[in-house]
Design a protein around this ligand. Sequence first.
Ligand code: ACO
Length: 336
Amino acid sequence: MMKPRARIIGTGMYVPDRVVTNDDLAKRMDTSDEWIRQRTGIEERRYIEPGQQPADLASAATKNALEAAQLGPEDIDCIVLTTLSSQADFPGTSFFLQDQLGLSDTPCFDVRAQCSGFIYGLAVGNGFIHSGMYRRVLVVGCEVHSTGIDISDEGRDVAVIFGDGAGAALLEANDDESDDSGLLEIRLHAEGKFAKKLWIEAPGSGFWPVRINHELIDERRHFPYMEGRFVFKHAVRRMPEVLLETLHAASLKLEDVDLFLFHQANLRINEFVMEQMGIPAERCSNNIQRYGNCSSASIPILLDEAARSGRLEPGHIVSMTSFGSGFTWASAVLRW
Ligand code: ACO
């Protein structure tokens, strides 16, 4: 019997209502709308309101995905939540989401692969479905960056790029041999040698005798640190590499792809990659202009926007590619 292939049967997204423009940030740090647009393409991003929690975002995105699939929370066999900005150091975010969905014993856990998290999460969900362990797996990318960035002159290089948001995709086993929709191939990579080029150091269990103290905070080591140019150079090399590796594994060519979805770290990174690979702008979708970099939520938000705008038709080939902290890079290709 053919092993079931995972297909996406519903997508959803949620971003907080609070819009933060580049001019808003320029009131709080030495930056400008012109600098941010020119270097990153970002015009505005969303931040949570006081009282909003990561699981609220994940829950809203999940409800939209379930509605699209015409299913309820009880139809989910397993929840995989991807994040680098956990609601709590442990147990993470997925458990709060599970509770908010009104579920009491559905397995759930967090996957930590930063901006590549959603594609890593798809690989986990795909594996569960392929093995026959679960039939429906929810994969949710959820990030709240706004409470973890340094909104001051010292943190301006990183702070301007991040936004809050969540995106969800519900995977289901497709064992209908006449239906060729679903995930075709996924490839994952990582290079820990560069973990410290883009990271948040504290709180960390490597600090002794406590994970966080006033000194670490005074040294601003609880804020993200990024060697921007170094990261940029690796992103523009690794994304084409893994995209082509994945297409090759699926016996597809660049021309076969109807829609390319790249991680939304910086519009200039994506433009560079597209130019290098000869991908025309109309076959690519970006939303960093409106939401900034939502790390593991960026790709599922893009996917949901594409699905709801009618841009995706049955049979379309979609390629998703990411690069981020770890370093991690990954690509997935699916038939819609
Ligand atoms: N506003 C104004 N000036 C700024 C800002 C700002 N927000 N940030 C930095 N500058 C200044 C710097 O101080 C520097 O000034 P100097 O020339 O007087 O020293 C100048 O602008 C250039 O700084 P760079 O850091 O070299 O700027 P760069 O052109 O590299 O752009 C950026 C910075 C946008 C962050 C870019 O490096 C980038 O996008 N890198 C990759 C990001 C990425 O892919 N991250 C991975 C995903 S995120 C994740 O995984 C968590």
